[in-house]
Design a protein around this ligand. Structure first.
Ligand SMILES: Cc1ncc(COP(=O)(O)O)c(C=O)c1O
Length: 388
């Protein structure tokens, strides 16, 4: 049997190892100078005033909901996402209002957002699915009109663009993930970016127990007298990033643009290979988006999706469904509603291997498998018709 092809794989090299050795030797591995440097470099790279490093995007989303004060109010959202997005709304005391998506990108449909705004809507959260931008102009216009906070769940979209602007910097707060499968990874980690100094200050406090001053500042050389003293004004969390993760983040940040280019080339190769196939297509790329290509999603007939997943598995190829619609989960039953496009599209989608370093021979194996599968289905459909 050929080696198994994973869905995703981090692109770590000797530079991450060397950087980690330095941080380990420095004697400081908690949140400290590396984290501060990572925040500064990240803010510069995406073009935001403030970047606050956290231990996950789930933490970033939770703190964004607290900073937006959604408690007791409605938050417009999508069901086509990892549950973190919507758990954050519940953790913030908000009420998720699920809006339907566009079939070709799986992103929230701006018209649906407009249809579901009420006087108790406080915020909206958009997920740039797979790193492909939501259509942000109408979203931002709607938010301005109704005075809503815009929170971007940009877990997938680090380095992706909307009309030339960095995803994650278009709304009031942008949340990034550096979880193991993401375009840049620190094992686990996240970042919240904002241009608003008050939101930034609140998120900084909340990420570290509500404490006014980070530990590192309290012990750094040249610290003020009685620097061990701090204030606590509200309950916070243990959500800060540590310097080991930030060390990886600094190296990965330097690689993410090239890694995204490689992802784009791999997706283009899949697109060309599947172009003539009956019953298999990739998600669209709209003219306003430059996707970070977090995942490669094929769409097939609903009755073929699980069969394709099993066929790939039998041939040593991993695949996954992103995502089971959140509004159908038991937890979200109190908020459920009919979402016809979400409910039909999720049955058709399957993510196939995509990561920098996916070799041409490995990608050829995936392509051949999908082609064989499609040909066998077309063949059996034709045979069925001939018999009928
Ligand atoms: C769309 C989306 N939002 C949020 C998250 C949460 O990210 P993290 O694992 O960093 O908490 C993920 C992670 O997979 C995700 O895919």
């Amino acid at each position: 049997m050929d080696e198994r092809i994973p869905l995703a794989r981090p692109n770590f090299g000797d530079d991450e190892v060397a950087a980690l050795q330095q941080t380990l030797a420095s004697g400081w591995v908690g949140s400290g100078p590396r984290t501060a440097e990572f925040e500064q470099r990240f803010a510069e790279q995406v073009g935001a005033r403030h970047a606050i490093a956290l231990n996950s995007a789930s933490a970033a989303l939770h703190l964004a909901m607290l900073a937006a004060e959604v408690d007791g109010q409605e938050v417009l959202t999508t069901a086509m996402t990892f549950v973190s997005t919507n758990h954050a709304i519940l953790l913030g005391g908000g009420r998720p209002v699920f809006c339907d998506i566009e079939a070709d990108t799986l992103n929230v449909n701006p018209q649906e957002l407009a249809r579901k705004v009420t006087p108790t809507t406080r915020a909206l959260v958009v997920v740039h699915y797979g790193g492909h931008a939501c259509d942000m102009d109408p979203v931002l216009e709607l938010a301005r009109e109704h005075g809503l906070w815009v929170i971007e769940d940009n877990a997938h979209g680090c380095g992706g663009l909307y009309r030339g602007r960095q995803l994650g910097t278009l709304g009031h707060m942008g949340c990034y993930s550096f979880q193991a499968t993401k375009n840049m990874t620190t094992g686990d980690g996240g970042m919240l970016v904002t241009n608003d100094p008050e939101l930034a200050a609140r998120v900084r406090r909340l990420r570290w127990m509500g404490i006014s001053r980070p530990t590192w500042e309290r012990f750094r050389p040249g610290r003020p007298r009685r620097s061990w003293m701090y204030d606590v004004e509200e309950v916070g969390f243990k959500y800060e990033m540590n310097d080991l993760a930030a060390t990886l983040g600094l190296v990965q940040l330097g690689k993410v643009a090239a890694a995204n280019e490689e992802r784009r080339r791999l997706v283009a190769r899949y697109r060309a290979a599947f172009a003539g196939l009956t019953g298999v297509e990739l998600l669209a790329e709209r003219e306003y988006a430059r996707s970070s290509c977090y995942n490669a999603v094929v769409r097939v007939a609903p009755e073929a999706r699980d069969e394709l997943c099993e066929y790939l598995d039998r041939h040593g190829i991993d695949s996954n469904v992103h995502y089971y619609p959140n509004h159908l989960l038991p937890l979200y039953r109190p908020y459920t509603t009919r979402l016809p496009v979400t409910e039909s599209e999720w049955r058709r989608i399957l993510s196939i291997p995509l990561f920098p370093g996916l070799r041409p021979d490995q990608q050829d194996r995936v392509i051949d498998c999908v082609r064989e599968f499609a040909a066998a289905r077309v063949g059996s459909a034709a045979a069925g018709q001939a018999r009928a």
